[in-house]
Design a protein around this ligand. Sequence first.
Ligand code: ZN
Length: 247
Amino acid sequence: MNAPSDAGMTTKIVLLGTGTPITDPDRSGPSVAVVVGDMPYLVDLGPGVVRRASAAHQAGVRGLAVEKLKRAFITHLHSDHTVGYPDFIFTPWVLGRDEPAEVYGPPGVRAMTEHLLAAYEQDIHERRYGLEPSNDRGYQVNAHEIEPGVVYRDANVVVEAFPVKHGTWKAFGYKFTTPDRTIVLSGDTSPQETVIEAAMGCDVLIHEVYSSTAFEKIPPNGKRIIRPTIPRHAVWLRLPPRRDLAC
Ligand SMILES: [Zn+2]
């Protein structure tokens, strides 16, 4: 895999949300921004994603200006990873995004996108033809249903998807290769060789982790798909205390 060639690009990682379905007010829903130069690439769209991106922008991450939120990679379709999807579609549009969003994810992401656009049909109509007209492109979404392998490439980044095991979901982790970093995101997963393989030699691994305290709060049915077992060889990123990392 050849890395993108622009050596002048620097990469930032912003943990927009590190929460779970538990409504901890100090942790937004799962979402990570990989920002290469001034171009953001989001992984998962948990609740609060756009406002957390704005918080990071105000803290100095220029690439997270709301109208720049255009590309997202979904690990799986659990609601806590996707409740922010309509926010990602509509808020940047209302605030000036003037081109379609590009969203990559497992089978089902296209239907989810179509249903969301249908659910907000009246809002779209009002904003396009009412008294406060918005542009006619920024609410559109090109939803791409992916398979393992390279799923995206531009001048900043190559994105590879790899399968992970998360209950019966068809779920993915992602590997980002930028001019200066290799970043691997596990998404939600049980211990998996595919994650270890993808993470070998990477600069940063962002891996799902459950504390034993949080695990005890999960309903019994949820515990069946989450094993709080640390895979051998894995590198764990220490999350910041109390609040999601803003930059
Ligand atoms: Zn999940």
